[in-house]
Ligand binder design. Structure first.
Ligand code: PLP
Length: 388
């Protein structure tokens, strides 16, 4: 008897689901584990957004099946957000689609775009669902190595011709998870021009588009000339407004790609709960002070953690965006060896860089999405207990 498809045989359990089990076992055995592994904001969703959800949830007309491509109010809010933030015009009808979180959308984009045997280009290291979606669609992925010397940006000229022949889709992600790297306008322009020459669709994941510090403003790929011909951009309310559990995101850009994804989705899911969409629209269009407040908190946490790492001999530059620190492991350690040592010596979970792809080897990722007191405790333990 077979209990899963051959495709599924190639899919490991989701890394963070596995880490969660290990953590639960350690906690059960009485160890006070501090989890700096997963990126899930500890800060509460701002009250005005929760209030809006409650208000809308009391209206019976909002409790029925939602519209497939998203509530018009939400799609219009996303378009207004793009106009306000980037000066980009979007048609809410055809160039915006609501998603049940961006993970849902970018995973479903892959089978909507590629056929079996075709290739998805993924940054290496990257957010794991990009690779798995390619495999689940019966396709293949090709890692585009990213190194520190190149600012953790992929070098498109390095992609072999025989790979490019079968490549249909490319993922990019800036500000980046796990590297916290950022990309500028010229990089996106080059990516768009390259994709046009090679007939490749770009899916830019901008989950951290508003998590940035000291006045830095991450650009949108749609600012590049001709971007709408080849690119879509995924966005999420999860990180910006601390709404990870709500499940709401969006994709904007090329209307043909969006149409294909909308058809795929209308055959497999039924959209986001309407009150969540209306609260999401409210989040995008109301006072943005909460975003600055959150960013100030992450920035302060980052400073403390970077100092602690320095004390034990690990040097990292202060990131411009995201709530991650991507740090080199000390000499003599592998990524997983160091993550194990940190867990054993300090009871702190960090993510080994190798979990994000082969080029992540030699690094580890710290997520700053834990309460200040816990982070301070982790910082103290790292300073006192880690012997490298
Ligand atoms: C957190 C994260 C997402 C997922 O966001 P959701 O909208 O909550 O699904 C997507 N991409 C990256 C890179 C992330 O870190």
């Amino acid at each position: 008897m077979r209990y899963q498809s051959v495709r599924m045989d190639q899919i490991p359990p989701y890394m963070f689901a596995e880490l969660g089990k290990k953590k639960a076992a350690m906690i059960k055995s009485g160890i006070d584990v501090i989890d700096l592994g997963i990126g899930d904001p500890d800060l509460p969703t701002p009250a005005h957004i929760v209030d809006k959800l409650v208000e809308e949830a009391r209206k019976p007309e909002n409790l029925r099946y939602p519209q497939f491509s998203g509530h018009p109010v939400f799609r219009k809010a996303v378009a207004e957000f793009y106009k306000r933030e980037y000066g980009i015009e979007l048609d809410p009808e055809t160039e915006v689609l609501a998603l049940i979180g961006s993970k849902e959308g970018l995973s479903h984009l892959v089978p909507a775009m590629i056929d079996p045997g075709e290739i998805v280009l993924v940054p290496d290291p990257c957010y794991p669902p990009y690779r798995m979606a390619a495999v689940l669609a019966g396709g293949m992925y090709h890692d585009m190595p990213m190194v520190k010397e190149n600012g953790f940006l992929p070098d498109f000229e390095e992609i072999p011709e025989n790979v490019l022949e079968k490549a249909r889709l490319m993922f990019l992600n800036y500000p980046g998870n796990p590297t916290a790297a950022v990309a500028d306008g010229p990089f996106f322009q080059n990516a768009v021009d390259f994709a046009k020459r090679k007939g490749i669709i770009i899916a830019h994941d901008s989950a951290y588009n508003k998590v940035a510090f000291s006045g830095y403003k991450p650009p949108s790929i749609l600012e590049a000339r001709g971007a709408k011909d080849v690119a879509v951009e995924f966005g999420s309310l999860s990180k910006t407004y601390c709404m990870t559990g709500w499940r709401i995101g969006y994709v904007v850009g090329n209307r043909d790609v969006i149409k294909a994804l909308a058809v795929f989705k209308s055959n497999t899911d039924t959209g986001v709960f309407t009150p969540i969409q209306l609260a999401g629209a409210h989040a995008l269009l109301s006072d943005q002070t909460c975003v600055d407040t959150h960013n100030d908190i992450y920035f302060a946490r980052m400073k403390g953690m970077i100092e602690a790492l320095q004390e034990i001999g690990i040097e990292v530059e202060r990131p411009k965006a995201s709530f991650f620190i991507w740090a080199p492991v000390p000499a003599g350690y592998s990524s997983s060896g160091f993550a194990e040592a940190v867990l054993e010596q300090a009871g702190v979970i960090v993510t080994p860089g190798s979990a994000f792809g082969p080029s992540g080897e030699g690094y580890f990722r710290i997520s700053l999405s834990v309460p200040n007191a816990r982070l301070d405790e982790a910082i103290g333990r790292i300073k006192r207990k880690i012997k490298i």
